[in-house]
Design a protein around this ligand. Structure first.
Ligand SMILES: [Zn+2]
Length: 169
């Protein structure tokens, strides 16, 4: 357990801050610290707060504004999914501010604005296996974009639903 002093020190000595240890599943204090990470810019996230080794604050922040608003439970699930699939997951879009969501033509009620939706490139993945694994980790909303470049799958933790054409096998 890191002390407050360690945390403060790590903020000011970012380059030399030790890499956070990889937490084992179940070790992450999900509810103890509130469920929302909310930073005006991804650059403001202290290294000690970010405990998900396969994803960076930058790649989950809004691509248009840099703001980062993500549900902790959603990143925990994303990280667990990453461990299961065992290969890189390229996140094309995660959090979006409402303004940015409008700009990119996102749905009016897009889960991307709630911080629990991720668009994952399917390059190097079997979409059928990926979807099954995502379901095991609590993702219930799925959008399929097999003809985009790169092809991608939207996953979120909202109500169960699917849209788009399934990937060809
Ligand atoms: Zn999406």
């Amino acid at each position: 357990m890191r002390t407050i002093r360690d945390l403060i020190r790590s903020v000011f000595t970012r380059e030399r801050a030790p890499k956070p240890p990889e937490p084992a599943p179940g070790e992450i204090p999900v509810s103890a610290v509130g469920d929302m990470l909310d930073y005006y810019s991804w650059e403001l996230v202290p290294p000690g707060v970010w405990i998900w080794p396969h994803f960076s604050p930058r790649e989950l922040a809004c691509k248009g504004t840099g703001r980062l608003l993500i549900q902790r439970r959603a990143i925990v699930a994303l990280q667990a999914l990453r461990r299961e699939v065992g290969r890189p997951m390229v996140i094309l879009s995660a959090y979006r501010t409402p303004e940015h969501n409008r700009r990119v033509g996102g749905a009016r009620d897009s889960r991307h604005m709630l911080g629990d939706a991720f668009d994952v490139s399917m390059e190097g993945h079997d979409p059928v296996e990926f979807e099954a694994a995502a379901r095991r980790h609590g993702f219930r909303g799925f959008g399929f974009y097999p003809r985009s470049s790169p092809p991608f799958m939207h996953i979120d933790r909202g109500a169960p639903r699917t849209w788009g054409d399934r990937f060809p096998r």
